[in-house]
Design a protein around this ligand. Structure first.
Ligand code: AMP
Length: 291
């Protein structure tokens, strides 16, 4: 039965009992407004662990002052229903006032990687992500934590923090789940009108173009980026934040594409900022669609 825990003391107690009973813990951190993308992580966590904890916390620290913290969709009851159906053990839903009490001032600085890509237009975002994930890891003490490839830079940041600070948690990154048309599922898709949802497919089309060019032998990143840009610019409501082909560890732009490099982009569709990416293979990449 799904247990909702909101206090830090209670989650510590519950985790202590799991540990005393030598039960392995799978952890899926989320901001709620759950969809099939989140649930794919939950299902994998269920398969691989004795107990599964999902956190739902819209983390104020990772939103900039002019960003969508207040509008961010909050659908807690529905989320709990979904998690209940997946037979999740615990949903941890802490209060911001308990996570960040008066006097809170600690941060995590990730030199070089936090200011690239999304970090450029969202200064401080990844510090906020690193702080909350670190706090949640300390509270939940998971054996394995699950993240989505959709938030690619986030996975790089988390893996870096785990390696650099010697955290004893195994990080698993699972593929991006898309709708039938190819749009990556995101809680922020709720902001899109039907027309915008259709326009938003340009992100996916640009990624497919990159993959197709690579399959056909293209290596020059500038040439590939040029074609991706054309696809996005063809869509009237789209405004490019960035399009890059990067090394998956350093996040530096590459002049020539190698296997495993990542094509990543952030595009505003109307007022909504969407991100997407794909790992470039030299055979056709597999895009997972909902059937
Ligand atoms: P969020 O609630 O947006 O912070 O996301 C929580 C976790 O779900 C993160 O690890 C995301 O990368 C992951 N996630 C979000 N959307 C998707 C998706 N479409 N496919 C796979 N994972 C996703």
């Amino acid at each position: 039965m799904l247990q909702v825990i909101t206090s830090i003391e209670d989650i510590k107690q519950r985790i202590k009992t799991f540990k005393e009973n030598q039960l392995s813990i799978g952890f899926v951190p989320t901001m709620g407004a759950l969809h099939e993308g989140h649930l794919s992580l939950v299902r994998q966590a269920k398969e691989e662990n004795d107990k599964v904890v999902v956190s739902i916390f819209v983390n104020p620290l990772q939103f900039g002052i002019n960003e969508d913290f207040t509008q961010y969709p909050r659908t807690f009851d529905n989320d709990c229903e979904l998690l209940s159906k997946e037979d999740v053990d615990i949903v941890f839903n802490p209060k911001a006032s308990e996570m960040y009490p008066n006097g809170f001032c600690t941060s995590v600085i990730m030199e070089r990687i936090e200011d690239r890509l999304c970090g450029k237009s969202r200064p401080g975002h990844f510090r906020g992500v690193a702080v909350v994930v670190l706090k949640l890891f300390n509270l939940v003490n998971p054996d394995i934590a699950y993240f989505g490839q959709k938030d690619f830079q986030q996975t790089v940041v988390i893996k870096r923090v785990v390696a650099d600070l010697n955290l004893g948690v195994n990080i698993k990154v699972l593929p991006t789940i898309r709708n039938k048309e190819g749009l990556a599922l995101s809680s922020r898709n709720a902001y899109l009108s039907e027309t915008e949802k259709n326009d938003a497919l340009c992100l996916y089309k640009a990624l497919i173009k990159a993959q197709t060019m690579v399959n056909a032998g293209a290596k020059n990143a500038k040439e590939i980026l040029g074609e991706m840009e054309k696809i996005i610019n063809n869509c009237k409501s789209a405004k490019i934040d960035y399009i890059s082909i990067i090394n998956p560890e350093t996040l530096e732009s590459v002049p020539e594409v190698r296997k495993g490099d990542v094509a990543a982009l952030a595009v505003r569709i109307g007022k909504t900022r969407l991100i997407d990416n794909t790992i470039l293979f030299f055979i056709m990449a597999v895009f997972i669609h909902l059937i």
